[in-house]
Ligand binder design. Structure first.
Ligand code: GMT
Length: 384
């Protein structure tokens, strides 16, 4: 049987800290390892994209802030760059992560290209592009239009698929393709990281996020402050955003000697391997990649039972879920995990097994490849 030829795939994502960009970057790396040619198109190089990897290219989008514009425009230069890269490199697929403005720009890019030279468009919805912007009358109709013009739409959880159907009235079938995570080797030992954090016999509780509003850092700190002194811990916050607005809460809640903040960490694995427990208090989450990252290191989490989180971890087996907003419930769950290291480790093992069974590159990347092949074949058949 003839082997299918490698594909040329353009990937557009936000390059900064945030699960959608991290997933898109990991997907690009994995596709390149499998022989495909990958072209990242964005305003910045994705932060987790290694330099010099074979078959991976980066095309920056240059944004001009003309005096006439009150707000600089990204959508138009992005669409022009998408069309240019598609034409110059003969892209088969444009895969955009996060609908706004990426899917809209891709629709425009395709309309600039001649028939037979248009890449197929795959849009992956990650979360607030549906749950927040999808409800916004200034964005919703444009998102629905871009989804209708896409050749395939995917969501990162079943929860997000249902929300997208409900909020955006999408008529087409949506493929659910969960996120994956492939851990890199830590750069330091667990003991070295725990020394850096000044840990003695306390448990290390970890939170990693971009600190945006849905992460509810106020609730995270409130819950931490309600953990009673008999359950010693330190909370390390790996902050992909500015922590300064929360410093006052840390002082007011008497957490100054228990909270350690590390800003813009790239060697996540160093801290993940050192953690005993994850703590995630989001009010909305389509998946929560950080929980999966922790699971890979045998670290179970206490988390709010919102959105797609119950698809990632199973309460009572690979972690503990608590109703959203229940600061006392979160604190009691943290205490129960600190008090019983044997149970915590058993849950950590179950979490790792779940992560390495369901959410690996080997499991997920072929699903994207099959989707690309399916829509490319349909597009070709449509041209005949
Ligand atoms: O949707 C967002 O607010 C941003 C996005 C991001 O770039 O971090 O987060 C979403 O995508 C991640 C990767 O698929 C998911 O792990 C997050 O759960 C999701 N965030 C929300 O749904 C709030």
């Amino acid at each position: 049987m003839a082997t299918a030829r490698p594909l040329k795939i353009g990937i557009t994502c936000y390059p900064s800290v945030g699960g959608s960009g991290i997933l898109a970057t990991a997907l690009g790396e994995e596709l390149a390892k499998r022989g495909h040619e990958i072209h990242f198109i964005s305003y910045g190089r994705p932060i987790r994209l290694p330099e010099g990897a074979p078959r991976i290219f980066f095309h920056p989008v240059v944004i001009n802030d003309y005096g006439l514009f009150k707000y600089p425009d990204y959508t138009l230069p992005l669409s022009v760059k998408m069309a240019e890269v598609s034409r110059d490199h003969g892209l088969d697929v444009l895969h955009v992560h996060y609908a706004v403005p990426h899917a809209t720009a891709a629709v425009l890019a395709r309309s600039m290209l001649p028939l037979g030279k248009k890449p197929v468009l795959v849009t992956t919805l990650h979360g607030t592009d549906t749950t927040l912007l999808g409800r916004d009358p200034g964005y919703g109709p444009a998102i629905s239009h871009a989804l209708a013009c896409s050749d395939a739409v995917t969501t990162v959880s079943e929860y997000l698929r249902q929300e997208t159907e409900r909020l955006l009235a999408v008529a087409r079938p949506i493929d659910v393709i969960h996120n994956f995570f492939e851990p890199k080797q830590p750069t330091r030992s667990r003991a070295a990281v725990r020394r850096e954090l000044g840990l003695g016999r306390e448990a290390l509780v970890l939170h990693a996020s971009n600190l945006r509003a849905p992460k509810r850092i106020d609730l995270l700190l409130e819950a931490a402050s309600r953990v009673r002194p008999d359950y010693p811990f330190k909370l390390v916050i790996l902050a992909g955003g500015d922590f300064a607005p929360f410093e006052e809460d840390v002082r007011r809640l008497g957490l100054a000697d228990r909270v350690i903040v590390r800003q813009n960490v790239t060697a996540m694995e160093d801290y993940l391997q050192a953690a005993d427990l994850g703590l995630f208090t989001s009010e909305s989450e389509s998946f929560c990649l950080s929980i999966l990252e922790a699971m890979n290191f045998g670290c179970p989490s206490v988390a709010t039972a919102v959105g797609g989180i119950p698809e990632v971890m199973v309460s009572g087996k690979s972690g503990l879920l608590v109703p959203f907003g229940d600061a006392d419930g979160l604190a009691r769950a943290v205490e129960s995990m600190i008090a019983d290291p044997a149970r915590r480790r058993a849950m950590g093992r179950a979490a790792k097994t779940r992560a390495r069974t369901l959410f690996t590159a080997a499991k997920i990347v072929p699903r994207y490849e099959a989707l690309y092949r399916r829509v490319c074949a349909a597009a070709l058949a449509g041209c005949e």
